[in-house]
Ligand binder design. Structure first.
Ligand SMILES: [Zn+2]
Length: 80
């Protein structure tokens, strides 16, 4: 199944999670396209669950590595 069709795949991601999980970040360094200016809006992050923070689409981080699912499961376990 494509990750893009995965119903759990986050729609919006905050900057912190984008840098932690994004394919355009390697060990904290940005390796994506040089001229890419994503638009952010205030919302809830689909990975860490923070609300009222600037979020943008995962593709603006070069999409998320597979670890995003583990992060969401961890957060959900914390809440229950
Ligand atoms: Zn986040």
């Amino acid at each position: 199944m494509s990750r893009l069709k995965d119903p759990d795949y986050p729609v919006w991601v905050c900057d912190t999670c984008g840098q932690n999980f994004g394919g355009w970040y390697k060990k904290g360094y940005y390796v994506g396209p040089p001229h890419h200016y994503p638009t952010y809006h205030n919302g809830a992050c689909g990975v860490c669950g923070s609300e009222n923070i600037p979020v943008t689409a995962p593709r603006n981080f070069g999409h998320l590595r597979a670890r995003w699912r583990a992060a969401i499961i961890k957060r959900k376990n914390k809440m229950s």
